[in-house]
Design a protein around this ligand. Structure first.
Ligand SMILES: Cc1cc2nc3c(=O)[nH]c(=O)nc-3n(C[C@H](O)[C@H](O)[C@H](O)COP(=O)(O)O)c2cc1C
Length: 244
């Protein structure tokens, strides 16, 4: 559902499964001259390991991104990414199951994201990406029922951007591995905020629902900004935030 400045979704993580992804989806993706990063998840440590192993050595996959915002069914449904030890364990399991670069995608639904970030770094993560959606809820006051059947959902879009920028900035100051910024990027200026805060790259999610050309426009907008400021290399702006 739409919320002011964003959306609240409870679509879950339904997908075709790892075998059908390799057999049916990947051949189409291979035609493009770009890197393919596959986002994976599991409900147990073993499942994360099995999925990571199944995708390793497969032509056309360049890195894995591990969604740790998933409930661990063996630990009473406690979300992996909300606990530093569980985040460490899942990172280790995936790292030992694959030779691909491993990006661990952090949940913002924690009190100190830097603690989780450090835990994943210590377990061997090659990079971190953040943020995943913020837990949210909305109520139909006439019927006094939740708008989402699931009761709670994931909040994304422009409304989460200030939270995401803050978390990215905190995280880049806490770890030495690269950080990928995500959350509410609609246009080049938003992406630039993440880069200036220290993100080495960005991802765009929700904007694709309203503007499928957003990624190309954001790239062009960053190029225009660099030209306008006489900057030859985008790396010059990464982490260039001045706080005084
Ligand atoms: C419809 C939808 C589906 C998503 N599916 C996934 C997913 O499968 N795995 C994951 O790690 N994050 C998933 N996300 C989270 C996004 O990748 C992103 O982290 C978050 O939405 C914040 O970025 P945005 O504001 O640009 O969308 C999903 C988000 C949305 C809105």
């Amino acid at each position: 559902m739409e919320t002011p400045g964003g959306m609240l979704n409870a679509i879950g993580l339904q997908n075709v499964g790892v075998k059908a992804f390799i057999g049916d989806k990947l051949p189409w993706l291979r035609q493009f001259d770009t890197k393919v990063i596959v986002n994976i998840f599991g409900e147990t440590l073993e499942e994360y390991g099995r999925v990571a192993a199944a995708l390793s050595g497969v032509d056309g996959i360049h890195a894995l991104e591990v969604n740790i915002s998933c409930p661990n069914v063996r630990k009473g449904g406690h979300v992996f990414g909300c606990d530093p030890d569980a985040s460490h364990e899942v990172t280790k399991v995936v790292k030992s199951a694959t030779d691909l670069p491993v990006i661990v995608k952090l949940s913002p639904n924690v009190s100190d994201i830097t603690e989780i970030a450090r835990s994943c770094e210590a377990a061997g993560a090659d990079a971190l990406s953040l943020i995943n959606t913020l837990l949210g809820m909305s109520i139909d006051i006439e019927r006094r029922i939740p708008h989402l059947k699931n009761v709670t959902g994931g909040l994304s879009g422009p409304v989460v951007k200030p939270v995401a920028i803050r978390m990215v900035w905190n995280t880049v100051n806490a770890v030495s591995i690269p950080v990928i910024g995500i959350g509410g990027i609609m246009e080049a200026g938003d992406a630039l905020e993440f880069l200036i805060a220290g993100a080495k790259a960005v991802q765009v999610g929700t904007v694709n629902f309203v503007n499928p050309r957003a990624t190309m426009e954001i790239i062009e907008g960053i190029e225009d900004y660099l030209a306008r400021h006489g900057i030859g290399d985008v790396n010059e702006i990464i982490g260039s935030l001045r706080t005084e």
